[in-house]
Design a binder for this molecule. Structure first.
Ligand code: AMP
Ligand code: TRP
Length: 333
């Protein structure tokens, strides 16, 4: 059974985009793989985090993952900083990766923006930590969004260079699982922009804890054009807002945009939007309720995360110990 690792940053309540593009696709992977799901707080602090907010958001993300169907009994759900192996292996990888490789990372360029001198050194070596996350478990499959593909290529470069330099077939190749590219969810205010937690307008996104009234209102106010829905996907060209709402509907009902249009083509948005809102409520309301139920007992979530960390350590510690032996570190005991 292949081992899967994926990480998600504790950066606030996830959006519908995070859900359809990432979390929801993780759940069925649990049927056929051994999975490690990690809330990556070490990655989060590469940009400033208010300490109290970081702790709260780490627990919230764990609760959302559990509410979405991540199974902590059969798989491993844990917090990155609870397992020292990540930071230990990341240091070694800082010494394997070349500056030239990191200089090519487009996410760093995007996140650093114009003021490159002012960002943390952590933001720069972020991909090395990500490689350590995966390789500390010898995981071979990594479900991620398309934006993370370049980081996984770098992880493979690190693994290969390590194996070459230390003359050992130790780290396995990693395969990205790019899931649900069909479900790139766009902003409700601008169909050409990605739906994002960081958009200043809350009206631009559905949050996984929005209540039914909020969802209905956001969908009612969602930007659209005046035309009715076409009956074929070709009719969505140059109609990004319409395409987005149809795409969301299709993703939520696990069908295709053409099937949605076959059924709803000809309807105006006045008729289609309430259907979409009801569908969203039926999928998200149970998740919101379960998240709230879990968050009412933080000690229980913390116990689940502690148990997950113990299981993660049992896998990662021997792999990091062997890495250190290969590097030539004197055995600590
Ligand atoms: P982020 O919150 O941007 O760090 O993303 C966490 C995960 O959610 C990544 O796998 C992203 O690819 C995915 N994701 C974020 N926003 C969207 C979106 N609007 N549509 C689809 N997937 C998304
Ligand atoms: N960088 C990933 C993101 O922002 C999160 C992440 C950290 C991750 N470590 C990982 C994803 C390891 C996959 C595997 O989405």
């Amino acid at each position: 059974m292949a081992r899967i690792f994926s990480g998600i940053q504790p950066s606030g309540i996830p959006t519908l985009g995070n859900y359809l593009g990432a979390i929801r696709n993780w759940v069925p992977l649990q049927d056929e793989h051994e999975c490690l799901w990690c809330v990556v707080d070490l990655h989060a602090i590469t940009v400033w985090q208010e300490p109290a907010a970081l702790a709260r958001q780490t627990r919230e993300m764990a609760a959302v993952l559990l509410a979405c169907g991540i199974d902590p009994a059969r798989h491993v759900l844990f917090v990155q900083s609870h397992v020292r192996a990540h930071a230990q292996l990341a240091w070694i990888f800082n010494c394997v990766a070349r500056l030239g490789w990191l200089n090519r990372m487009t996410q760093f360029k995007d996140k650093a923006g114009k003021d490159r001198e002012a960002v943390s050194a952590g933001l720069y070596v972020y991909p090395n930590l990500m490689a350590a996350d995966i390789l500390a478990y010898h995981a071979t499959k990594v479900p991620v969004g398309d934006d993370q593909r370049q980081h996984l290529e770098l992880a493979n470069d690190i693994a290969q260079k390590f194996n070459h330099d230390y003359d050992a077939a130790f780290f396995p190749p990693i395969e990205p699982l790019i899931l649900g590219p069909a479900a790139r969810v766009m902003s409700l205010r601008d169909g050409t922009k990605k739906m994002s937690k960081s958009d200043p307008s809350d009206q631009s996104r559905i949050n996984l804890n929005d209540d039914a009234d909020t969802i209905a209102l956001k969908i009612r106010r969602a930007k659209t054009d005046a035309d009715p829905l076409p009956s074929e996907p070709e009719g969505l060209a140059n109609r990004p807002e319409a395409r987005n709402l149809v795409g969301i509907y299709a993703a939520l009902t696990s069908t295709t945009p053409s099937a949605v249009l076959a059924e709803h083509g000809g309807k105006g948005f006045g008729a289609f939007k309430p259907l979409l809102a009801d569908l969203l409520v039926s999928v998200l309301d149970p998740i919101a309720r379960e998240t709230d139920r879990l968050l009412a007992d933080p000690a229980e979530i913390d116990a689940t995360l502690r148990a997950g960390a113990a299981r993660a350590r049992a896998i990662a510690d021997p792999i990091v110990a062997e890495t250190e032996r290969l590097v030539g570190f004197l055995p600590p005991r």
